[in-house]
Write a protein that binds this ligand. Structure first.
Ligand code: COI
Length: 356
């Protein structure tokens, strides 16, 4: 790979050389920011194309108080992970999918976006430059957070005159405090995450600020997170604050269909394919909240949460429990299948893994 910053260390060429690792407690990384060494930055003006970016030391960035992203929320983010394999190889999972989703979102938010090639190249550079921050095998992953924002100054409401594409990375472990133990959700009946015609289907930053209130209230009551319903009928499942949701009944695995209000998760899509290849029947459709009552298992998927089993769901003061507090058989099977692929333990028959 090309590397346009001379001072950035490249990956060790021989796999028999012990990798250099950052000096942190690898057994206790949760999902918080650990500042790393480098970040990637690329800028362009409105009406132009992104052309050349570069690695810089990780640190604060300067923005006009009038930046489009700060005033009117013109911003998108992505999330993907790099894993370190036992043999020293570094693996990315379907980075082109993140690039394509960012491009879709950029179109909705009136922003220029990097090409798929530029995106993937920038991800690779960011990972290699921060190689020592990739957790050892089995201890977690390097979470990669691309941002696309209107960084130019505006005052009247309009697309910003300048855009910044930035990637920073951080080593991460489990997302939920529960670790891999089942999480407890509450169905939100008043507030909604998204509305038809809105931006629920793109990864814009405002979607995530919009769920903080319901999420905080749920956490204060001891729940792990919130499950949202559709805003029109208030009876169809949408998603959890930071992940998609699946319902298992017998051999059938169902998840809410993508109709503009649900984030098209890459883990969601991958789990549908993995489940199908393992002989499950899979359906993307309207899933009613009542179906939670007689489901065998419920689980969530996302880059950050991976596959998280749900132990209970509370809806209108009624609590339904799954798997007697243990991890359900199907959730466990799909978690293992997906993570074995991502970590390079299972053979990649899907062609989803990119070696750096
Ligand atoms: C991810 O799963 O990567 C996300 O982007 C969700 C985020 C709220 C952590």
């Amino acid at each position: 790979h090309k590397n346009n910053v001379n001072s950035v260390p490249l990956s060790s060429p021989a796999s028999n050389v012990a990798p250099v690792l950052a000096d942190i407690d690898w057994d206790n990384i949760g999902f918080g920011l650990t500042p790393t060494d480098y970040m990637y930055i690329m800028k362009c003006s409105q009406g132009e194309k992104f052309s050349k970016g570069e690695l810089q030391r990780f640190g604060n960035i300067e923005l006009s108080p009038s930046a489009g992203v700060l005033n009117y929320g013109q911003g998108l983010f992505e999330g993907l992970k790099a894993y370190r394999k036992k043999d020293g190889k570094i693996l990315l999972f379907r980075p082109e999918e993140n690039a394509l989703r960012l491009r879709m979102g950029a179109e909705r938010m009136c922003m220029p976006s990097p090409t798929v090639e530029q995106f993937v190249e920038a991800v690779k550079l960011s990972v290699v430059a921060n190689e020592k921050w990739i957790p050892p095998p089995g201890k977690g992953s390097l979470y990669i957070r691309p941002l696309l924002m209107g960084s130019g100054a505006v005052l009247g409401l309009a697309p910003a005159p300048e855009y910044t594409f930035l990637i920073f990375v951080s080593p991460v472990g489990n997302y939920f405090r529960e670790g891999l133990a089942p999480i407890n959700l509450i169905v939100e009946t008043e507030m909604h995450r998204a509305t038809p015609g809105g931006t629920g289907g793109v990864k814009t930053i405002g979607n995530y600020a919009a769920v903080l209130k319901a999420q905080s209230a749920a956490k204060a009551k001891g729940y792990s997170d919130v499950l949202y319903l559709d805003s029109v009928h208030k009876k169809y499942l949408e998603e959890v604050s930071s992940c998609n949701v699946f319902v298992v009944k017998g051999n059938l695995i169902s998840t809410p269909a993508i109709q503009g209000t649900i984030l098209p998760g890459i883990t969601r899509k991958s789990i549908l394919d993995v489940a199908c290849s393992q002989g499950f029947q899979v359906e993307e459709r309207l899933v009613t909240v009542d179906e939670l009552l007689d489901a065998d298992e419920v689980f969530c998927t996302g880059t950050a949460v991976v596959v998280s089993p749900v132990g209970s769901i509370t809806y209108l003061n009624k609590r339904v429990s799954y798997g007697r507090e243990g991890v359900g058989r199907v959730s466990q099977q799909l978690y293992t299948a997906l993570t074995s692929l991502q970590m390079g333990i299972a053979e990649d028959k899907m062609g989803w893994i990119m070696e750096i």
